[in-house]
Design a protein around this ligand. Structure first.
Ligand SMILES: CC(=O)SCCNC(=O)CCNC(=O)[C@H](O)C(C)(C)COP(=O)(O)OP(=O)(O)OC[C@H]1O[C@@H](n2cnc3c(N)ncnc32)[C@H](O)[C@@H]1OP(=O)(O)O
Length: 411
């Protein structure tokens, strides 16, 4: 058997996908979801390892574009569908696929790679740093009130769309309007819009079919929520849950009107908001944040493929001129000193022989590059070293993003 990954062929997709499914526990996806995943797979960017004709390792890569601080976009490979068969683990197959992927991405000129990790301990060794966080909340709507709602909330009209797919175009327009407003948001690739209204009965469990409510102002759609209701009763009466899948409001009033709708659905006492940005505004509208049982965990893990191109792809919150000494054992082409000069209009980042102002590994650079993880905080953890007094505070003020970065959906 060779451990050399090679590119997937379209005719091999079924076996390749079955091998991935097995590594994730072996429960088959509903047929319609599987077919959509087939369409979403970019075969030419997907890799596998075969043993005697059987696939034993898989890795996908999606040609995304991501919003970067400043509102521009950069190419970002979305790494996904990574698996190694249980019979072939811990022999270096994942490492071989990571090697091939990063070499390919470099050759294709893609400055960033990103992934959601099944377990956060896996990918740091390959230079991925946790760059965004995800917020989960379970709002006890029996006790929590929405204290002060923004002006105009009562003027927002809410309209239920019986079949969520019928409002896809309106919802996608709201999503597109949001794209430049928050770093980490992912521009839609073909077919991806359908993934969010796919509603296989087999995956619903005890929950309702997907429901969609639009917010409208002056006849224009200004927001939407998609959610399911899980009905439940106990001896004290109804205690259903509203499980929110998507929630976008284009202005404070539309956002608040949709939130009020979610919190007021009859026979429910909990609203579950999952995979939300850490600075999601609802946190300022509730009367009792403790009764919202807030938790957070790692979101997008980011890897600068080419340090110079990755840092030049974004804008900076304050003028910056700093020399970074980068260590990168897995992609040695990044190792060395880089001068980053930029401001809110853009940046250049080039090799330099000048002395370093800050030293850090490529993983920390990945964590900080969308402006969510602070360089000061990484320095406090001993992961960024200040080599010139004052450089850390200046770079920190430049890297930070006003809105927390957020990977807008799983992949
Ligand atoms: C982006 C995504 O798709 S996330 C999904 C990842 N896939 C899964 O979780 C599915 C189930 N797991 C698997 O398929 C496999 O166990 C994988 C892909 C996680 C690892 O594959 P392997 O081929 O065994 O990894 P490989 O042998 O290359 O190990 C490389 C290193 O990672 C370490 N490693 C592997 N798996 C893990 C883990 N789950 N947690 C922490 N470290 C790990 C190995 O110990 C090794 O460390 P070393 O370099 O210090 O020796």
């Amino acid at each position: 058997m060779t451990t050399e990954p090679r590119v997937l062929r379209a005719t091999e997709w079924d076996d390749w996908y079955a091998s991935l499914e097995l590594a994730f526990g072996g429960v088959p996806l509903p047929a319609e979801k599987r077919e959509l995943y087939r369409e979403i797979t970019d075969v030419e960017r997907s890799l596998g390892v075969w043993d005697g004709g059987e696939p034993v390792a898989t890795a996908g890569s999606l040609g995304f574009e991501v919003t970067v601080p400043g509102g521009g976009r950069a190419r970002m490979a979305g790494i996904t569908m990574v698996s190694v068969a249980s019979t072939h683990r811990r022999r270096g197959l994942l490492t071989a696929m990571m090697r091939r992927q990063l070499d390919d991405l470099r050759a294709w000129g893609e400055p960033l790679a990103a992934l959601y990790a099944s377990e956060p301990g896996i990918y740091g060794r390959f230079g991925y740093g946790a760059a965004t966080r995800l917020l989960r909340a379970e709002i006890d709507t029996d006790r929590v009130r929405l204290s002060t709602l923004p002006e105009g909330t009562d003027e927002v009209r809410l309209r239920r769309v019986p079949v969520p797919a019928d409002a896809l175009a309106e919802c996608e327009a709201v999503y597109a309007a949001h794209l430049p407003t928050r770093p980490g948001m992912i521009a839609r690739l073909p077919h991806w819009d359908r993934l969010f209204v796919l509603d296989p009965a087999a995956e619903r469990g005890d929950s309702s079919p997907l429901q969609c409510v639009l917010a409208e102002r002056d006849g224009a759609v200004t927001g939407y929520v998609r959610y399911r209701v899980r009905a439940a009763w106990d001896e004290a009466g109804p205690k259903g849950k509203v499980e929110v899948q998507d929630f976008y409001g284009m202005d404070p009033a539309s956002y608040a009107a949709l939130l009020r709708h979610l919190c007021g659905i009859d026979l429910t006492s909990t609203v579950v908001l999952d995979d939300r940005p850490v600075d999601d505004p609802w946190q300022h509208l509730v009367s009792d944040i403790r009764r919202c049982r807030v938790r957070s965990s790692d979101g997008l893990h980011i890897r600068p493929v080419e340090v110079g191109a990755a840092l030049a792809a974004r804008a900076y919150s304050a003028p910056v001129d700093v020399v970074l000494e980068v260590a990168d054992a897995f992609c040695p082409w990044n190792t060395g000193r880089w001068r980053l000069s930029g401001d809110s209009g853009g940046a250049v980042c080039e090799r330099t022989a000048d002395p370093a102002d800050l030293s850090l590994s490529v993983r920390e650079l990945g964590a900080a590059c969308l402006g969510g993880v602070r360089l000061v905080s990484l320095a406090d953890a001993g992961l960024v070293r200040e080599e010139r007094a004052g450089a850390l505070a200046a770079a920190d003020a430049a890297f930070v993003s006003a809105r927390a970065p957020w990977g807008s959906h799983m992949f």
